[in-house]
Design a protein around this ligand. Structure first.
Ligand SMILES: [Fe+2]
Length: 405
């Protein structure tokens, strides 16, 4: 690897590092302008050629969108032995790349666990201004010994908290702030899997405990934070707390590139992809984008209706609204029937049963449906009153045929 050459492609192109605070060209509100960035996370390149070819196709897709820069929030994975593959791929980005380590980018048993990351990308936590927005990357990974084995917990160490407070004090009052972090500060990842007691319930997902996350949210909410972009969970989840939207964003790899050449999905069955952050007139918005072989042109999908359904008194109608924020509600109707309220759905997500972050279910009597083709329509109302509407057709078999089986 030619590290010097790589650094010219990385954050250092845009940033002049001063400790961990970095000043980009255009460091105040007078330099505000419209731009996009591409947020990627959890590439997990370690599965060899297939992952490399799919990731390269995603890079080409992002290049065509011409974001001002790409922000990778970790789990590339630099360890155990995938750094060369990752670095070779990201040379193809036609814009600067900023990066932050995930738990798979930390050397668990080395005296300096971040040496490889630092050599490739520079500081593991940092800030910079771009186009009138202040960006902060936090490195929440700490190595801990658990039952004789080193692993990663999520915790902002005192040194980084002190740095963060000093950094925030220097941000002009009106300047919006976007934060990036690998392991989420706010998510319902643990709770939706039926537990809250770390590590017994879900030992591979260490997170902030509530008290620390609460203190950090209090700190962030006293500044002009608009958006916190998170990774790690391989799913989309959007939660607004104290005026800040915490967005866990789908993995680039879906479920660790398990689908071969086929369609990749995250643990929430969302097609693999990334997120585009748009800054327009100082206003910040974002959108999930499904990628390449897993590209879809809809905002959600019904599950289980591809095959003919057998009418029953308890037919499950399930809708996965890919990027619906927490607090969204959904109604569904069959043909021109009445709108019926849906509930949150608990089902199989990746490798565990969990309450899905943006799935809805209605159990309804379909025994009166005539055999043949029907239409089902869902209407999801997001917290900002945006309506997401999707329709699909399905086939109902004859009830008497089903009863005779
Ligand atoms: Fe992770």
């Amino acid at each position: 690897m030619n590290r010097r050459k790589f650094l010219s492609l990385s954050a250092m192109t845009y940033l002049t590092a001063v400790g961990n605070t970095s000043i980009a060209a255009g460091s105040n509100l007078r330099d505000a302008r419209d731009f996009d960035i591409a947020f990627i996370t959890d590439v997990h390149i370690e599965k060899g050629e297939l992952a490399v070819s799919k990731f390269k196709r995603t890079i080409s897709e992002i290049n065509a969108l011409k974001p001002a820069f790409v922000w990778d929030m970790g789990d590339m994975s630099l360890y155990p032995n995938s750094s060369k593959a990752y670095l070779d791929c990201v040379k193809q980005f036609q814009m600067p790349l900023h990066a932050c380590p995930g738990n798979h980018d930390i050397a668990l048993y080395d005296a300096n666990p971040r040496k490889l990351f630092n050599d490739c990308f520079g500081p593991a936590f940092y800030s910079f201004d771009f186009g009138g927005v202040h960006f902060i990357a936090l490195d929440v990974n700490i190595v801990v010994d658990r039952q004789g084995k080193n692993t990663i917990d999520a915790c902002l160490d005192p040194r980084q908290i002190a740095w963060l407070k000093a950094d925030l004090e220097a941000v002009p009052d009106q300047m919006p702030i976007i934060c990036g972090v690998h392991i989420p500060i706010v998510s319902t990842y643990i709770q939706r899997r039926g537990g809250g007691t770390f590590p017994e319930d879900f030992p591979i997902a260490p997170q902030f405990n509530e008290s620390r996350a609460g203190a950090l949210v209090d700190l962030l909410s006293s500044y002009n934070f608009k958006l916190v972009l998170q990774g790690h969970a391989h799913e989309n989840e959007r939660i607004t707390v104290k005026g800040i939207e915490f967005v866990t964003s789908i993995s680039v790899c879906g479920c660790w590139w398990r689908s071969g050449e086929g369609f990749e999905r995250g643990v929430d069955n969302v097609p693999r992809g990334y997120r585009i952050i748009e800054v327009r007139g100082g206003r910040i918005s974002h959108r999930y984008v499904s990628s390449c072989e897993s590209k879809v042109n809809r905002r959600g999908e019904f599950e289980g209706l591809d095959d003919p359904i057998m009418p029953s008194k308890n037919t499950a109608i399930i809708f996965n609204c890919y990027d619906a924020p927490n607090g969204s509600t959904a109604e569904v109707r069959i043909d021109s029937g009445p709108w019926m309220q849906m509930q949150k759905y608990t089902g199989k997500g990746g490798y565990v049963k969990m309450q899905m972050p943006h799935h809805f279910i209605l159990r309804t009597d379909t025994t009166k449906l005539a055999p043949g083709e029907h239409q089902v329509t869902v209407r999801v109302t997001l917290p900002d009153d945006t309506i997401v509407k999707e329709t699909t057709r399905f086939f109902a078999t004859s009830l008497s045929l089903n009863l005779s089986r």
